[in-house]
Ligand binder design. Sequence first.
Ligand SMILES: O=C(O)[C@H](O)[C@@H](O)[C@H](O)[C@H](O)COP(=O)(O)O
Length: 260
Amino acid sequence: MTPPQVVVHRDKELMAKAAAARLITKVVDAQAARGSASVVLTGGRNGNALLAALAEAPARDAVDWSRLDLWWGDERFLPEGDPDRNYTQARAALLDAVPLVPARVHPMPASDGPFGNDVDAAAEAYAEELAKAAGPQDHGPVPTFDVLMLGVGPDTHVASLFPEHPGVRETERMVIGVRGAPKPPPTRISLTLPAIRAAREVWLLAAGEDKANAVAIALSGAGEIQAPAAGAHGRGRTLWLLDKAAAAQLPKQLYPLASA
Ligand SMILES: O=C(O)[C@H](O)[C@@H](O)[C@H](O)[C@H](O)COP(=O)(O)O
């Protein structure tokens, strides 16, 4: 496994803009090489800030939005349209402003959808949707995501995989229902670490001093059960995108500042 790369930006605003530019380039390259691109979005402030920055990016429409598949790393299990759903927030930040093909946008089920409030059935349905999109060249019953993005919690959670919770220990299923999540709302749907690790690249986003301890723990060799972010690595690349505040507890000589 290739060691994680760390890029540190001056502040969270610049981090979001730089990450958005990086994503545009990655998607354009994937579409040139393979005809389409597949990206997994994350919820949270940094994930949404990246999408909002992308919406304003000068090179935004270098992306062929009609050949982009979007998936989610996790979702709050709430009714369709609830403002706290990651899908609702992603639509407001970017998705409603670009010409995506609806059939290629795969939100996780809502709690008032075909599965009602059965979060396990909803999770299984999403796993089936992923499996249907997987091909013989993929690594397991999920498509090969070009980029899978994850916000990082102050407790080192990623997606809805929380330290010492059952979800972080899952080794077979690709998608699970989560109950009793420490971060509200308590009921969620999440990709598991095996699904996350099927991605070509995993990008972890963290900004603010409240993440400095989590970043230091996850990058210091902690185990994935205690620090789920430590288990979030891509097959080809693991990239941590930080601002200075979130990098404050990292050894300076290892992680020079990308932008002063
Ligand atoms: O549904 C969610 O809440 C997210 O997917 C979650 O994993 C988030 O990314 C982290 O909690 C970081 O959130 P912030 O970027 O807002 O700190």
